[in-house]
Design a protein around this ligand. Structure first.
Ligand code: 13P
Length: 277
C-alpha cells in the first residue's frame, strides 16, 4: 500500500529502526526494492532524484510506482530525492509522491529557511511530507549525486531550522559521503547525538553505500530513521552488465533485465536487514 513517508518514519522512530530509501530510475530498480521489502516484511521508500527528471518520464514513473505500491504487502512510499527547483516539487506533488526533499543546503541558513518554509507550506497543503538538509555531503567514488563541500550539520542551526520551517524529517551531515569512501570513513557520532538532543523529528542519513555495518547500527541507535542507498545497488547492476558484455551469445534483453534486477536484490536485502536491526 502507498503510504506517507512521515508515517513510516514516525513508526521507525518510535521503534528505533531505519527504513531504506532506495534510489531508483526504472521498472527493474523499483521491482527489486519492493520485492526485497516484501520478502523482509519491512517498509520501503522508493526515491527518485530530481536529477533523473530529464531522462525518466515522471508521470509514467509515478503511475508505475503507485500501481506496484497498491498491491504490495508492505508499506511503500514515493519520495522525491534532492530537489533544487520548486517546479520539480510541484510536479512530484501533482503525481502522488508522498514526500519531497527540498535541498537548499547550498544557501546560508536564513535563505535556506525561507526557501524551505515555502516548500513546506505548499507540500503540507497537499498532505505531502518534507525532508530538508542542513550541511552537505562530499562526493566519494562512483556517486551520481552533486558534489557537496562536506560541511557538517551544526546542531543549533538544525534546531532553529526545524522550528522555523516545520519540516517533517531532517538530513544531518555527520561525515558520510555520497558514493564509496575514498579512505577511512570519518563519521561523527557525538555530533549526531548533539543533533538528536535538540531535534525531535526523524533524522535521515544520506550516503548509505560503503558505510561500515557497525557504524550504521550506531547511527540508528542515535536516532537515524531513514537511510538513503544508491551507489552500491548501481554497482551491483553495472557489474552484472559488464560481465554480460563478455557474453558472445546473444541473450534476449528481457532476460538480461530480469537477471540485472536479480543482481541488485542481494545488495538491497543486506541493507534492509541491517536497518531493521
Ligand atoms: P549513496 O550513493 O552513498 O548510497 O547515497 C545515496 C544518497 O544519499 C541519495 O540521496
Amino acid at each position: 500500500m502507498l503510504v506517507n513517508t512521515k508515517d513510516v518514519l514516525k513508526e521507525a522512530q518510535r521503534k528505533s529502526y531505519a527504513v531504506a530509501a532506495f534510489n531508483v530510475f526504472n521498472l527493474e530498480t523499483v521491482q527489486a526494492a519492493v520485492r526485497v521489502a516484501e520478502h523482509e516484511h519491512q517498509p520501503v521508500i522508493i526515491a527518485l532524484g530530481e536529477r533523473y527528471f530529464p531522462t525518466v518520464d515522471v508521470e509514467g514513473f509515478a503511475a508505475m510506482v503507485r500501481a506496484l505500491a497498491s498491491k504490495a504487502s508492505v508499506p511503500v512510499s514515493l519520495h522525491l530525492d534532492h530537489a533544487y527547483e520548486k517546479e520539480s516539487i510541484v510536479r512530484a506533488i501533482e503525481n502522488g509522491f508522498t514526500s519531497v526533499m527540498y535541498d537548499g543546503s547550498k544557501y546560508e541558513l536564513n535563505e535556506n529557511i525561507l526557501r524551505t518554509k515555502e516548500i513546506v507550506d505548499l507540500a503540507h497543503q497537499a498532505g505531502v511530507s518534507v525532508e530538508a538538509e542542513i550541511g552537505s555531503l562530499a562526493r566519494g567514488a562512483f556517486s551520481d549525486e552533486e558534489e557537496g563541500d562536506g560541511t557538517l550539520t551544526d546542531p543549533q542551526s538544525a534546531k532553529e531550522f526545524v522550528a522555523a520551517t516545520g519540516v517533517d524529517f531532517l538530513a544531518a551531515a555527520i561525515g558520510t559521503v555520497h558514493g564509496m569512501y575514498q579512505g577511512e570513513p570519518n563519521i561523527n557520532l557525538p555530533l549526531l547525538e548533539k543533533i538528536r538532543d535538540v531535534v525531535d523529528i526523524p533524522l535521515v542519513l544520506h550516503g548509505g553505500s560503503g558505510t561500515p555495518d557497525e557504524m550504521i547500527r550506531q547511527t540508528i541507535k542515535r536516532g537515524i530513521c531513514k537511510i538513503n542507498v544508491n551507489t552500491e545497488v548501481s554497482m551491483a547492476a553495472v557489474s552484472y552488465l559488464q560481465n554480460q558484455s563478455d557474453n558472445k551469445s546473444m541473450p534476449h534483453l528481457s532476460s538480461i533485465m530480469s537477471d540485472m534486477q536479480a543482481s541488485m536484490e542481494p545488495v538491497m536485502t543486506k541493507f534492509v536487514k541491517l536497518f531493521a536491526y
